[in-house]
Design a protein around this ligand. Structure first.
Ligand code: NDP
Length: 280
């Protein structure tokens, strides 16, 4: 392997230590930082994510309340729950674990969250602010990737960044953050012609498709920075979206696990504290 590893676990540990100090400072002022998480249904991956978020909150002395609702919860019941949390002055951040069961309208649910408590930064008002380069809560996964790049001295300014995937939680906000950071950005989707041509022109390549081996070594420029966002479970093991052979060609690489994943949770804590500090 020639790629240098971008260690998300170490970066997240540092960030979590600083989050603990921030939480202690808030508590000393009588403010208990508080994240409310709504989980609808029994999706096993969502349950795992919510448990890891709860555990991380505990470690940083952030109160977390998980509201577990049955899979057949009605839209109006969910909206009412969000309104209650919006009105509760003791709650600083609200997160609705996605994906929601198919009968629920996620757009309406996200819009119901008070933008000043929108810890995931998915509310259209906050996405709009991000697009304009204004301060707003930033979606955790792309925010974590920006922190990782900074930590390793990788400045996207003036570089060509290719993002494979255009989801609302990863690809699109990633695009906005990188544009704001003066990168030249190409965002690919399933219909992008000549994906290998695109990816091999990247100085920094970010892959978030949800499919193993979307990108292999032949699709990567020698020495490129490769950020693998994917989390794919197969026979009890975790795999990213890029193939193992990329490690022999890239200059920098995020491992899976231990790369982007831990940073996503670390950013959630940091975003919660931002909102608590703003309110306090
Ligand atoms: P989505 O399914 O919402 O989006 C996937 C995107 O990838 C779509 O835009 C899709 O294109 C595109 N895509 C899929 N296959 C290809 C292909 N062969 N060529 C080009 N584009 C392709 O996924 P998410 O963004 O939610 O998640 C992506 C991955 O990141 C998943 O593995 C997920 O588990 C992981 N993830 C990891 C996180 C972490 O903390 N590490 C956090 C969030 C997600 P189109 O729009 O045309 O359909």
């Amino acid at each position: 392997m020639r790629a240098q590893i971008i260690d998300g676990k170490a970066a997240a540990a540092e960030m979590n230590a600083s989050s603990l100090e921030r939480a202690q400072r808030l508590r000393a002022r009588g403010i208990e930082p508080h994240l409310a998480v709504i989980l609808v249904g029994e999706d096993p991956a969502s349950q795992t994510y919510v448990r890891s978020k709860e555990k991380a909150c505990q470690g940083a002395m952030i109160r977390s309340t998980v509201i577990r609702l049955p899979g057949d919860t009605a839209q109006e019941t969910l909206l009412e729950k969000i309104r209650e949390l919006n009105a509760d002055p003791g709650v600083h951040g609200i997160l609705v674990q996605l994906p929601l069961p198919a009968h629920l309208n996620s757009d309406e649910v996200i819009e119901a969250i008070d933008p000043s408590k929108d810890v995931d930064g998915f509310h259209p008002m906050n996405m709009g602010k991000l697009a304009l380069g204004l301060p707003a809560p930033v979606p955790c996964t792309p925010a974590g990737i920006m922190v990782l790049l900074r930590r390793y001295g990788i400045d996207p300014a003036g570089r060509h960044v290719v993002i494979v995937g255009r989801s609302r939680i990863v690809g699109r906000p990633m695009d906005l953050l990188l544009i704001n950071a003066h990168a030249t950005v190409t965002v690919c989707n399933r219909l992008t012609p000549d994906l290998p041509g695109m990816t091999s022109s990247a100085d920094i390549l970010i892959v978030a498709t949800g499919h193993r081996d979307t990108v292999n070594a032949s699709m990567v420029r020698e020495g490129a920075v490769v950020i693998d966002v994917g989390i794919n479970r197969f026979e009890g093991k975790l795999y990213g979206d890029v193939s193992a052979d990329v490690a022999d060609k890239a200059g920098w690489l995020t491992p899976v696990p231990g790369g982007v994943g831990p940073m996503t949770v670390a950013m959630l804590l940091s975003n919660t504290l931002d909102l608590a500090e703003q309110r306090g």
